[in-house]
Design a binder for this molecule. Structure first.
Ligand SMILES: NC(=O)C1=CN([C@@H]2O[C@H](COP(=O)(O)OP(=O)(O)OC[C@H]3O[C@@H](n4cnc5c(N)ncnc54)[C@H](OP(=O)(O)O)[C@@H]3O)[C@@H](O)[C@H]2O)[C@H](O)CC1
Ligand code: K
Length: 467
């Protein structure tokens, strides 16, 4: 068992069922899968129990079936185990595993708390709010336990959206066969505790995967500033924000960064080249330079008429484009109409509020809404948050759930926008994921209570871990 490796496939409940079915069709029985799943979980339970008494919750379905395997093995290995059962299938693999359990079984209501709790009530079959006896007992027993190990998912969370359906938190979760979206989406993300991945022989193919450390290459010997990419950052009413983006682009690998605006001087590294832009026409003229590799607009742009005019010119240009901050607010519900016709690669980097201003809420969780919006707008959307979802128009999705809470400080979004510009400058399809990984890693390296300027300073160290 290993802590979830980077780039692990993420499968929805339906994709998981299809993957399981493919196993059955290939001759692997459900009993065999359940035995493998239960064995993987039992090994972790034994490790964390340290010989303390264990209470195993067994639900009515296959999650419960796994739970009976866990209980049987722990008992065989000498542990003090009791099962608290909620109903239970008679037939099928779960019924068989239930019949093989010959230890003590109590009802959920009668179950006494124990130091170690294994939660096998519900997994990917969670289809509605958890209520009544199951909900009460789950919360009572998990609150009283010193360690809670969830089988596949902590019970009470929606597999594909991470929505809280009345669930309780776990100390650790053993993801069976593949990650599910709930392992990477709030609030479930926060309730899973440490997620461990049990490969039980189910080949999980998916367009969705967890964020992984990118493999970056150092510049070739004959590189020059243009071949590494010229990034133009549009400055608006708050030049400091654009400067943060520009500096992040410089440290993010761009060979040449131009700050186009009225800021003129201002502080910022000498390596930053200022170009005076008074009007939209001036910006249009500047964007005629075909050495430009990527344009970043939005950080500190402002929302007035001049800002709207600058945005219109940037959208109309043929360069790769990162749209962030105020520019996203200016787009609003007009985003799809104004962006979907762009031919050059486009990346939008909204936080939840900006996303909501551009796209209707629609049903489904953050993953579904972001995937649908990316397809409609024909652009990559980096839907930021503690659970960032990167959705590409071709259907590829990358999910990241381990960003530092210290990123909740002014300017870190400007830094990400600049990083996206730098990574896009080379025209690769994974630029947004690279930028998010570098941003997350730089934050981890920066430690607690950093500001956006400190974050920029750690980007080279993060890059150093990828080359
Ligand atoms: N991924 C793998 O490789 C393997 C996964 N396994 C385990 O199987 C579960 C999924 O099992 P499933 O039987 O599909 O569903 P659950 O066990 O999660 O749920 C059981 C049933 O509970 C009912 N239900 C749903 N929501 C509620 C609720 N809020 N309150 C009460 N009951 C609820 C629902 O049945 P209904 O007919 O009542 O709708 C569920 O079917 C997976 O997570 C893994 O742990 C395999 O065993 C091994 C391989
Ligand atoms: K569970």
């Amino acid at each position: 068992m290993i802590r979830v490796p980077r780039g692990t496939p993420v499968l929805t409940a339906e994709q998981m069922r299809a993957a399981e079915q493919a196993c059955f069709d290939a001759g692997v029985s459900q009993e065999e899968l359940m035995e493998r799943a239960g064995t993987a979980v039992a090994r972790e339970a034994a490790r964390f129990a340290f010989g303390r008494p264990v209470l195993v919750l067994a639900g009515p379905g296959n999650n419960g079936g796994d739970a009976y395997v866990v209980a049987r093995l722990l008992r065989q290995w000498g542990h003090d185990v009791i099962v608290a059962a909620l109903g239970g299938k008679e037939a099928g693999a779960a019924g068989m595993m239930r019949s093989r359990w010959d230890g003590e079984t109590v009802t959920l209501d009668d179950a006494e708390p124990r130091p170690v709790l294994v939660d096998g009530l519900f997994g990917t079959g969670m289809s509605r709010a958890l209520e009544g006896e199951a909900r009460k007992a789950l919360h009572r027993l998990s609150q009283a336990a010193a360690f809670v190990l969830a089988i596949d998912l902590p019970s009470g969370f929606a597999t594909d959206s991470g929505e809280d359906l009345g669930g309780a938190p776990a100390t650790a979760t053993v993801a069976l066969g593949a990650l599910k979206p709930a392992h990477l989406l709030m609030p479930a993300l926060e309730r899973c505790g440490t997620v461990l991945h049990a490969d039980i022989g189910i080949p999980g193919e998916s367009d969705i995967c967890s964020l992984s450390r990118p493999h970056l290459v150092a510049p070739a010997r004959d590189s020059h500033k243009y071949s590494r990419g010229l990034v133009l950052v549009v400055e608006g009413e708050m030049p400091g924000a654009a400067r943060l983006s520009a500096r992040a682009a410089l440290h993010g690998g761009a060979g040449y960064v131009m700050l186009a605006g009225q800021g003129g001087g201002g502080n910022g590294p000498d390596a930053l080249v200022h170009r005076s832009v008074e009007s939209a026409d001036d910006l249009q003229h500047l964007l005629g330079d075909d050495r430009i590799s990527a344009v970043v607009i939005g950080p500190g742009l402002g929302r007035g008429e001049r800002s709207q005019a600058l945005l219109g010119v940037a959208i109309a240009c043929e360069h790769r484009l990162v749209i962030d901050g105020d520019a996203l607010t200016l787009l609003g519900r007009d985003a799809e109409r104004r962006i979907s016709g762009r031919t050059a690669e486009t990346v939008l980097t909204p936080h939840e509020g900006e996303f909501g201003r551009m796209f209707d809420d629609g049903d489904g969780g953050k993953l579904d809404r972001t995937v649908s919006a990316a397809r409609r707008i024909c652009a990559t959307i980096v839907h930021k948050g503690p659970d960032t979802v990167i959705a590409h128009p071709d259907g590829r999705v990358v999910m990241s759930g381990d960003s530092s809470p210290w990123l909740s400080t002014a300017g870190t979004g400007d830094v990400l926008a600049g990083l996206c510009g730098a990574r896009m400058a080379k025209g690769n399809a994974h630029a947004a994921a690279e930028a998010v990984w570098l941003h997350t890693r730089a934050a981890a390296l920066a430690g607690p209570a950093f500001c956006a300027d400190d974050l920029i300073g750690r980007i080279p160290d993060a890059i150093g871990e990828c080359v």
